[in-house]
Design a protein around this ligand. Structure first.
Ligand code: TXA
Ligand code: MG
Length: 338
């Protein structure tokens, strides 16, 4: 299959509109369209068409027991899919459109293939204008996981999507690099307090501030069907990832390896590694110390670049698990697990 890539600079321009109309036709016909969101690129299908959603699992090589997020562009659309509790209403008012996914009791309209047979459905209203326009144009909720081959780092540019999906899907909408770079925060909102299933840009601290508290799944819960995706290895490049807290620890790890690894670190750590005679070509400074937004934006692309360069060993800097740092560390730990 030939994969078309349409660049959209302005979804309201005539070329932007034409691309979105065509993308909507594909979605309505049960085909797959990759599109940008504010978090990562998504691989979309009509969420109400079971056969179309089945194609997502085939294109990604995704296990069938890992449910998908249904993307909406209005509360009416959301209410067709899920039962909103008062807490869900409140979170929606506060964080939608935006990088928050809520797990709620599902309505019968949602096909089993979307929810992997669960009694719940995950719903998100993305803020990216191309994503919102695509859903509106398709006039149906769009089921979409990240548009990567299962297990690989999520795509933050259309080029990343093409690396994994070229020849497998008819259309990629290219809206440039995403702004956040990590997947949405996923919370189960059925209880008294939000239960954080996947950390993201909307932080546990923000959820607790609004809802009084934020709960975390207990150790061992990852195998429970409550959040199937958590048990899978994710975000991993082909090389081995090692986590280091600072330049000293990075040097200790490097000393055990036969070849000089690639270092993905902060600017401050990069300066210290250079002082220890590490070649500049082996170091990539991804963020200014403490700038978690910049780190989140650049980490998946850096891991993919490491793959393209066939890097065998990659030393990656850790950050404190606070705020967005919790989401960054969640992805880094999965990338490092083998
Ligand atoms: O930012 C994002 O969320 C991106 C963009 C495209 O919106 N999408 C994304 O989808 O990251 P995906 O499929 O890669 O991750 C969805 C996560 C998985 O861990 C899945 O197990 C979980 O959400 N999930 C989906 N439905 C669920 C449900 N009913 N109950 C619990 N967890 C669910
Ligand atoms: Mg994913």
């Amino acid at each position: 299959m030939e994969t078309k890539i349409y660049h959209i600079t302005d979804p309201a321009s005539s070329t932007g509109k034409a691309a979105l109309v065509e993308a909507g036709v594909y979605i309505r016909a049960g085909e797959l369209v990759a599109f940008p969101t504010e978090t990562v690129y998504g691989l979309g299908a009509d969420a109400l068409n079971a056969a179309a959603v089945g194609k997502i699992f085939a294109a990604k090589g995704r296990p069938a027991d890992n449910p998908l997020i249904a993307h909406i562009c209005s509360m009416e659309m959301g209410e067709q899919l899920a039962k909103f509790t008062p807490m869900a209403q409140k979170l929606a008012e506060h964080f939608w459109p935006g990088p928050l996914t809520m797990v709620m009791p599902r309505h019968p309209l949602v096909p089993n293939v979307v929810t992997a047979g669960l009694e719940t459905v995950a719903v998100r209203w993305p803020s990216n204008p191309i994503a919102a326009a695509l859903i509106a144009e398709s006039a149906t909720p769009i089921a979409a996981p990240s548009a990567n081959t299962s297990g690989r780092p999520s795509p933050t540019t259309a080029t990343h999507v093409a690396e994994d999906m070229q020849g497998k899907i008819p259309l990629i909408l290219d809206g440039g690099a995403v702004t956040i770079g990590l997947e949405s925060t996923v919370v189960d909102v059925r209880g008294q307090y939000p239960l954080l299933l996947r950390p993201g840009k909307i932080t546990a601290e923000e959820l607790a501030e609004l809802c009084g508290d934020c709960l975390f799944p207990k150790a061992g819960d990852a195998q429970r069907p409550a959040s199937p995706g958590m048990k899978y290895r994710h975000y991993a490049p082909r090389g081995q990832v090692y986590l280091a807290q600072d330049a000293d620890e990075a040097m200790l790890i490097a000393a055990r390896l036969a070849d000089v690894p690639l270092f993905l670190v902060s600017q401050e750590t990069a300066t210290q590694l250079l002082a220890q005679k590490i070649a500049p070509s082996r170091i990539k400074a991804l963020f200014a110390d403490g700038n978690f937004n910049q780190y989140a934006q650049s980490i998946f692309a850096a891991l993919r670049d490491a793959d393209s360069a066939d890097e065998q060993n990659i030393v990656v800097e850790t950050v404190p698990e606070q705020g967005l740092g919790l989401a960054i560390m969640n992805r880094l730990k999965k990338a490092a697990a083998k």
